[in-house]
Design a protein around this ligand. Structure first.
Ligand code: ATP
Ligand code: MG
Length: 396
């Protein structure tokens, strides 16, 4: 009998045609995530199995809980036989130092040549537990412990603990998107939700030095790092937006500042996405949250790009977004008080229903194409990896 982790795919197993691609992406992601933990990963009918040295199991389980595409993580034991007598003996030794008062046994039998039904095997093994453990009884509806037994050809598994995985699709299995990542609460959550759908993300941050500080930039790096926990790494593009912003401020009517600024952001984002083979833009816009996020505003801003724009939190309440941010671990960084380029030039009365024709007219007032080209050309790119966890937090 040896320790083993059994992984189930959940939603993934509904993908028929390209299941192999999904599974190989998942396997690759798991391999990368566990690369320092001496993990041996194998694959068998609809399951993945991981073995390693005893001292690594805890770390492996916590890493697996950050991987999309996993439905269930079971920590248990493997027997090199499916012989019922040997299973009984192993079960007796496994329950010896476990404390519980109610239990049930659930058996799965993928080897249909085994003469007994799953129900019969569960009943027999339930009897073994009752005989060998004092003061325990069966409760099929709400047991304290479920003893799972799986019988396969030539071997079997026993496991007690079921840990829920994150679900979703393996990161990268649905291509790549470019996340517009500000220092706020919404965009990291939007990034997380896109990752969960299997979209690998690169991130784009617009900075406006000296109006925005180094600390604001570090905050975004730190958020990218929080996201890299779920994807291994995040490539972060940092674009200097100062000249564009100052020009808009000088040239355009103030109620249109934000609308035009955001149209410029979208144009730059689309160009960086093209260059990096990202197929969609992703951002943290949420309907009605601010003047630039009314439906009319979104339409006036969106019209400058051809690429689809995914807004994972568009229909969520702010409180729900905050809950998610707390759950995924980005909230504490997001609420650190640093200025963003959107917040430094906020006009008193931003237009709520901008008119596209007026946006175009105001944009004629300056040569935005060359400013955009320069911003894209001078971008800074850094790869942020999961493992340097404390670095940015320390310099904030
Ligand atoms: P967040 O929406 O992330 O909480 P926020 O509310 O300050 O930040 P908004 O003004 O609501 O940002 O902007 C809407 C979206 O536009 C953001 O979610 C983000 O995707 C994008 N965005 C805003 N500012 C920036 C920036 N400086 N760099 C990159 N993307 C940005
Ligand atoms: Mg927002």
């Amino acid at each position: 009998m040896r320790k083993i982790i059994i992984l189930k795919y959940g939603e993934l197993s509904t993908k028929k045609d390209n299941i192999n691609f999904f599974i190989s992406t998942l396997k690759e992601n798991i391999k990368n995530s566990l690369k320092d933990l001496n993990a041996n990963i194998t694959y068998d009918k609809g399951r993945m199995f991981i073995t390693s040295n005893d001292e690594y199991y805890e770390s492996i389980i916590s890493k697996l809980q950050t991987i999309f595409g996993l439905h269930e993580i079971n920590s248990g034991y493997e027997l090199k036989t499916n012989d019922l007598e040997e299973i009984k003996q192993s079960l007796i030794s496994l329950i010896a130092d476990r404390e519980f008062t109610t239990f049930k046994v659930e058996t799965k039998r993928s080897d249909k040549t085994i003469p007994m039904t799953s129900m019969e095997i569960s009943r027999i093994l339930g009897g073994v537990v009752l005989k060998n453990k004092d003061n325990v009884k069966v409760d099929v509806h709400n047991p304290e412990v479920t003893i799972n037994v799986e019988l396969r050809h030539n071997h079997s598994y026993i496991y007690f603990d079921k840990i829920a995985g994150l679900g979703g699709y393996p990161v990268g299995s649905l291509g790549k998107g470019l996340l517009m990542l500000s220092g706020g609460i919404d965009s990291p959550v939007a990034g997380y939700l896109a990752l969960k759908r299997g979209v690998r993300i690169e991130a784009l941050y617009f900075e406006s030095p000296p109006h925005t500080s180094e600390a604001a930039k570090n905050k975004v790096k730190s958020l990218a790092q929080d996201l890299s926990k779920y994807s291994g790494y995040v490539k972060l593009h940092i674009v200097n937006f100062t000249k564009i912003q100052e020009t808009i401020l000088r040239q355009c009517p103030h109620e249109y500042l934000i609308t035009i600024m955001r149209r410029m952001m979208y144009r730059i984002a689309e160009r960086i996405a093209w260059k990096n083979n990202a197929k969609v833009l992703i951002n943290g816009e949420s309907i009605g949250q601010v003047a630039s996020q009314t439906l009319t505003s979104m339409a006036a801003i969106n019209e400058v790009v051809k690429m689809p724009v995914i807004r994972p939190v568009a229909c969520l309440d702010k409180l729900d977004i905050i809950d998610l941010a707390k759950k995924i671990g980005t909230y504490e960084t997001s609420i650190l008080p640093y200025e963003d380029c959107c917040t430094i030039f906020v006009p008193k009365h931003p237009v709520i229903n901008p008119i596209s024709a007026l946006c175009r007219e105001y944009e004629e007032l300056f040569d935005f194409e060359s400013l955009i080209a320069e911003a894209v050309r001078t971008e800074e790119v850094i790869k942020i990896e999961n493992k340097i966890s404390e670095e940015f937090n320390n310099i904030l």
